[in-house]
Design a protein. Sequence first.
Length: 318
Amino acid sequence: MCFYALLLTLYTCVAHGVLTQLVNGTDVDVNFVDATNGRPALMVCGLDPQSYETLDADCAAIATMLLKRGARRGAPDYRGWTPLQFGASRGLTKYCEVLLQWDSQGLLDGVEAPEGDSIDNLIDAVDPTGRTAAMLAAVNGHFGTVSMLISNGANLTIQNSDGQTALHLATSRAISNSTTKLLGQYEAFVDVVSQTKGLIDARDKDNRTALMYAAMALNHRVVDILLIHRADPTLVDRFKTSVMAMCSKDGTLQERVITAQMDVIERQHDGWLDDTEHIIKEYERQVALAHEMDLEQARLEKMGFQPVGRQQRQDVEL
């Protein structure tokens, strides 16, 4: 456990004390919370300033030991974050995966999770500002962690206290750090988001979409990613400001938005044509049906059956 020497003194004592006793098999309070920052033992490992890859593997192993001895996954720290939210904010994917899969793994190991400490209560838990683990991972650019959370059922439609979804927060991150690697991960995330109807155009408290965030920042690459996934460029925010107006200082970007707006209008037009064609076909079907009914009525009259008036026929049909 030598890497714990890099932690602040308090956390070193807490972490080393807990882990040493766990390794030695002695009794220990695995739900210990430090008095200064209210962090439960499950979170202490994530404070070590080593590489994320090494830290993630170490934290996953430590979390497994703590969970086997009854550590609570839902215990919040001073910010109201659960260990899952804390791990997601730091991109500790393996660690978060251990926390989420403990329901099934714990049963295999013969260890039941404490009451109320299930994945259903953890995956979409929100902090005091309404942020979920997926949001915290997204705003920090940890898209690998976001992907893992989604595969475990994270709900991307949840909005924080500012009305922002994980997409809004991910877009803010992509705008501020537009590296090729991060944008590739962001695009994969947007692709997942676009599969839920309407989510690509989710609005925050100012009725702004992720596309509007990118347009205001004049970020061409992020705008392109969102438009490729059919974000709507014709929307306006709470102040009646359009996407076009938001990027008015960039003529090239405005041209891109205009092209996208024309694509939207064309799709709407095609939709109207399809609707019109459907209405015409339905009308023709009804006319043909009425004609068949008239022929049948005439045949029955020739056979001596009492004629049924059109209104009477409708009543019978009803």
